[in-house]
Ligand binder design. Structure first.
Ligand SMILES: Cc1cc2nc3c(=O)[nH]c(=O)nc-3n(C[C@H](O)[C@H](O)[C@H](O)COP(=O)(O)O)c2cc1C
Length: 372
């Protein structure tokens, strides 16, 4: 469900721009929800000196509302051929920190109503310019509503059908752009995702099976070829892997406290999955206990990668999503999968090296190792 935030540039009770905004929820596509910003009037005058962490409460609320929204619809009156001062003040606060502000890459649309004959066209043009400077993706549409006092009934309901149609068109364009940005920010498009998944699965299989064959199998022993069943089992385990990783990410996003716990706890299922997968693969004369060090290396490595993705790469990619879009996310995914493949090989090498040492140490050898 796409969340559209409505911002009224007027502070006035009975504002025509407010009435125009309140017509939007009925005209939005069904898969979008609408909420109107409350508290524009509480935003203090902007001063660099007051722009500190934490920001004033009204500013934090404004930035939070913008960050939660997938798209923003501004409706502005015109004051002396430009935008109202309070709206400009709020936008100055919203533009900081620069460039990673809550409006960067955000799809926005601008409409406006005035009681005059031009329908706030200059205010709308100015607002679009300001929003573009801040880094928002502004749709190239305007909706001037002249003689605003004639467009609504006494209860503030829109009574102009042509205007309702025009507003519905603007909203459809805003939602279409938001859906594209939303997809690009969440996942690469399916036509990029599927080949990447197939490639990734193949390369993971090869890394896993290949590394074990290379490292573990005695030169004189022939490793049996992996069967289809083993491959299917591996795919199922990779799926479990995705579930564990998604649950840990969701916990991390929910709260940093449980997030740290999730990070630590998730190492265990990852290590367990590694054991389940590798215990079926040929590794010469080694007992299954010899797989434990590699499992821990793998679990910790995956979690380290997850933490870097959650706290460094994802915030960075979300801030840049307007620039890089789906291709950027797909490239990041490919790089992540490459790192996972390397981690698989690394964990197998750790196991093999440790086992080789145990085997060569005096008094031990195949058949006499504890746990064999
Ligand atoms: C200080 C001030 C300046 C205004 N300047 C303009 C203007 O330049 N152009 C215009 O079309 N309307 C102008 N208006 C009229 C407003 O656009 C009109 O009152 C509008 O309905 C206000 O929006 P609201 O109903 O959402 O509060 C001005 C009103 C005020 C109070």
């Amino acid at each position: 469900m796409l969340r559209v935030l409505g911002i009224n540039g007027s502070l006035r009770d009975g504002s025509h721009n407010g009435a125009l905004l309140r017509a939007a929820p009925m005209l939005l596509p069904r898969d979008a929800s609408f909420v109107e910003l409350d508290g524009l009037g509480s935003v203090p005058p902007y001063s660099d000196a007051d722009d500190v962490v934490p920001p004033p409460p009204a500013v934090a609320a404004l930035r939070g509302a913008l960050a939660r929204a997938d798209a923003v619809l501004f409706s502005t009156p015109e004051y002396n051929a430009s935008i109202p001062g309070q709206l400009k003040t709020a936008l100055d606060w919203a533009s900081r920190p620069f460039p990673d502000n809550a409006l960067r890459g955000k799809p926005v649309a601008v409409i406006g109503a005035s009681t005059g004959m031009f329908g706030a066209v200059w205010a709308q043009a100015d607002l679009r310019r300001v929003l573009r400077t801040i880094g928002a993706q502004v749709i190239d549409r305007e909706l001037p509503v002249p003689f605003a006092h004639e467009r609504f009934d006494a209860a503030g309901r829109l009574i102009d059908d042509d205007l309702a149609d025009e507003l519905a068109d603007v909203l459809a364009a805003l939602v279409a752009l938001s859906a594209t940005v939303f997809l690009a920010g969440q996942w690469p498009y399916p036509h990029i995702l599927f080949p990447v998944l197939i490639w990734a699965t193949r390369s993971l299989l090869r890394a896993l099976i290949g590394s074990h064959r290379l490292v573990w199998t005695d030169a004189r022993t022939r490793a049996p070829k992996p069967k289809l069943l083993a491959a299917i089992r591996l795919l199922a385990l990779l799926l479990c892997f995705g579930v564990v990783s998604t649950a840990a990410s969701a916990l991390r996003a929910w709260s940093p406290g449980p997030g740290v716990l999730a990070t630590l706890v998730a190492i265990v299922p990852y290590a367990g999955l590694w054991l389940l997968v590798t215990v079926r693969l040929p590794h010469g004369d080694a007992p299954w206990t010899a797989l434990i060090p590699g499992a821990l290396v793998f679990g910790a490595g995956i979690e380290l990668l997850n933490v870097v993705i959650a706290y460094v790469i994802t915030p960075w990619a979300l801030a840049k999503q307007g620039t890089y879009g789906a291709l950027g996310v797909a490239a990041a995914l490919l790089f992540g999968l490459f790192l996972v493949s390397r981690l698989v090989v690394g964990a197998a090498v750790v196991n093999a090296t440790l086992w080789e040492r145990r085997r060569r140490s005096p008094g031990s050898g195949p058949g006499v190792v504890a746990g064999d």
